[in-house]
Design a protein around this ligand. Sequence first.
Ligand code: ADP
Length: 509
Amino acid sequence: MTVRVLYVCSEVFPLLKTGGLADVSAGLPPALAAQGADVRLLLPAFPSVVAGVVPEGASLLVPPRDTLGLPPGLGPRSGTVHGPTPWLQQGRIEATGQPVLLLHAPGLYDRPGNPYHDASGKPWADSAEQFAWLGWAAALMGTGLDSTWLPDVVHGHDWHTGLAFAYLDRLAAAGRRRPATVFTVHNLAYQGVFDAGVRERLGLPDPLFRVQGLEFHGHISFMKAGLHFADAITTVSPTYAREITGPEQGCGLDGVLRERRHRLRGILNGVDDAVWDPANDALVRPGYSADDLTGKSAAKARLQKHMGLKPRAEALLFCVVSRLTEQKGLHLLPGVVDELVRRGGQLAVLGAGDTQIEHALQHAAQRHPGDVAVHIGYDEALAHSLIAGSDVILVPSRFEPCGLTQLYGLRYGTLPLVRAVGGLVDTVTDSSLEHLDDGSASGFVFHDLTEADLLSALRRAFALRRREADWRAVQRHAMTLRFDWARAATDYLQVYAQARSDATGTASA
Ligand code: ADP
């Protein structure tokens, strides 16, 4: 029987993307649909999202609590929204045909800039309300707002959707239909923690505000709401699933996660072939494959030219395509650049983030003109050029829930050099002698978050490059590895089935 899934998220590629979450929202739903699921996305009507959606069918008003006859204190009050009642617009993403519901809430989403923060990088002052409404709309859809499409599963992603699960719990306690619920953590470090004072405005009644609920050190935590109330929790790699149950990576929520360990599962993300395939990448022409790397050499020459690097075919070209943050371990990079260049390497960086890291890398580029190039900003086409044209992609993360760029690197024969953490452990195998010997090597892995350890991995990359046959063998193996969405979708369908059987009678008092 077809499972109906309401897939709730805050961004989707190519309409709105600030990170891997958007790639997942683009890749997973069609893979679920290909295996028979009926999936609808629900996301806020941010301007670029509205622009990419063709409206279809009737709109649905998102009523305030009273119209549902809910207990007092439940549901965002209509007064919190600067304008008329929010509503859901049904439609399809123009580029893909994916069915979506866009949540319009006048004053909350229809403004320029980043969805999460203002031009100065501070979270929007009404961030809690933005995503409380998303949760509320999801909860109402889950309980039958659209009587023609009742979801079996509400599947929310990251803290932006966490309140859906708390609202659903209250709605079930009030006797409403309760769908099965699944909450996926893409990054535990971003939690949506707000002053407890907002809870009345958000319609969060007292029974929810406790340790066995969404209270977090006297504040409310959207992330914790998801972790506590969902029937099933998933995260984006098996290793990260283990890591977040410990204090080091648990971001203060490891206790909740340990308690709910039996409901937690790690499912690796996939690569969207329609976007990331070196043989058919519209942004990389001519394409190439493991059997014929001519196109990769051409991509390298083009990239060197484009970035102002010396046209040296023999230079080992390292790249970074990333948010430039400490999470990504990129504070280590400036300290190893001189040695990287001294050994004959080149470095091309695309990213934006911490100004300190940006400046240190720009400074390195000034020290090494023609050998180090840095492009500060976000550029989808350039990301493809870097990943196709480089020899090695650097992902030295402090923590990494899954990581997508190392997967793209593998696919494009651009060997990932990664730290042994989270999804990086699950997807990259070090080119140690034993792994070269048994054919499983696919990149370079280091352990300590130190310049010294990063440098020793860089040296291993140079050493392997001098052994042409070994390099080719590793590259070929990397390119044949498949992390596809079909496999992940099968796992998610199992999680949905389990959640549905667990879902009955789970509302708390
Ligand atoms: P995270 O979601 O933590 O930022 P991921 O590796 O999961 O990291 O996903 C990052 C995604 O964002 C990848 O698709 C990557 O190609 C893309 N990306 C990151 N920085 C840039 C940039 N500056 N320009 C273009 N794409 C970028």
